[in-house]
Design a protein around this ligand. Sequence first.
Ligand SMILES: Cc1cc2nc3c(=O)[nH]c(=O)nc-3n(C[C@H](O)[C@H](O)[C@H](O)COP(=O)(O)OP(=O)(O)OC[C@H]3O[C@@H](n4cnc5c(N)ncnc54)[C@H](O)[C@@H]3O)c2cc1C
Length: 491
Amino acid sequence: MMTDVTVIGAGNGGLTTAVILAKAGFEVTVLEAHSYPGGCAGTFRRKHYRFEAGATLAGGFNPGEVMDIIAKHVGISDWKARFDSPAMTVHLPDKTQIPRYGDSRRWDVRQQYFGEDSFSFWQWQERTADALWDFASRSPPFPPQGPREIYDLFQTGVGWLSDNLRASIRPSLIRDAFSPIATRLTGQSENLRRFIDGQLLISAQTISQYANAMFSASALDLPRRGVVHLEGGIGTIARQLEQALIDNGGTLVYRQKAIGIREFTDHVSIRTNKGLTIQSDLVIANLTPWDLRDIMHNPPKSLQQLPAKPEGGWGAFMVYVGIDQEIIPADTPLHHQILGEGRLTEGNSIFISLSPLWDESRAPRGKRAITISTHTDFRKWWQLYRSNRDAYRTEKKKYIQHIMNLASRVFPKITDADLIEAGTPLTFNHFTRRKFGWVGGFRQESLFKTFGPHLTNRVWLVGDSIFPGQSTAAVSLGGLRVANSIQQQWD
Ligand SMILES: Cc1cc2nc3c(=O)[nH]c(=O)nc-3n(C[C@H](O)[C@H](O)[C@H](O)COP(=O)(O)OP(=O)(O)OC[C@H]3O[C@@H](n4cnc5c(N)ncnc54)[C@H](O)[C@@H]3O)c2cc1C
């Protein structure tokens, strides 16, 4: 008999799991609350522009990497993706501009900006990242849940060790598993530390003092792994996964928000806001743990014990800008990180992404669509909204002003835009249904505090709250891992 699976949420994590299971012969239905897929990595329309909602940098498309593995497995003949270089340019407060190349030019850049003394750090970073990407692409059941997964993890580990022993593995890897990356930056220049902090903030959600060394080595490796632009925007990844799901016999239903999950001995029942009730053998929730806890009847201990709010979790403040092409020099790279003066906290670094010139679907002729994001504490926006709407609106205007000021360091005429719209964590909560507008998953501070995806007999979690965490490629890796575990347990 076929196993029925209901996936709640058509983010990239949910869709990856759904399509792999559909391909394996499971009967898969995806319920999505919104009217299009992709969640934080979706692309939305506004006044003839198509803006990236949150994520803009997509990786993992090289041969043998996760998106390539998925495509080959489920029959996506070609991702509508073009590689781009540099991956991004980082702008330091003193106006230094540091391009991040993935090819051999990266060593010239490192020499020029951080000196030859930094090479030992970068060599460690690359060697460690190579070993870890190799490990992650074997889809290890991490963290292992149950004796079978412990055995599988052990087997994967043995294979990985024997393949990498000479090239990348050093005894110091054990130390890195337990230390922050700051220990690897001792004796390095302040410029390098600040640069690394900025890069980690967008990839590990924290800075070098706290970010785990192993997580950080792989997070810093994005330019070397290759960054692509998707035709039509980053939401094309989800659209292509959706098509592959349908081609493999699965179903995706939009505008159905799951509002209740009740588990019985022989099935799970899922209720939606539109009165639909589905009975399934399994549920895969592409939700934050807090959202899953809220809709689960009798949630397991791991959900009941969650703190009231994600500790140290971030929200995002977004500005979407539609602008004349003329104000952007033709050879300008498409991604920019701008670091402000002082501590890299709340609003003090922004990430700007431009729609590619070649992608005419993203903006009217002669125009470009720009997405700008910054980290913000979600708590403050909810407090303001609940206590004083005028103060909330004033704060929003202040943030737009601040972000546009920082952006004008690179694009002096950006304030001449035709369209400027902004989103707070409340906007994220509205469109992606993520509780509090919490985004980016848990800070990558410890390898050993990751959330296990197998929650009860019939309920699993996917998305950026499980290992390996946030990013479009990471949630697909996590989705692949969950799909593999389910196949082993239910075949
Ligand atoms: C501002 C910002 C910038 C980022 N930049 C990058 C970047 O440049 N590169 C990168 O790789 N990553 C980036 N990320 C991270 C990346 O976007 C996310 O880690 C990833 O997209 C999360 O995917 P997910 O599968 O966890 O689900 P989500 O994207 O959270 O999707 C969940 C889906 O479930 C749906 N849903 C929620 N509740 C329900 C319900 N009850 N019933 C039905 N459907 C429901 C939602 O509508 C949504 O479609 C960024 C994130 C943000 C917020």
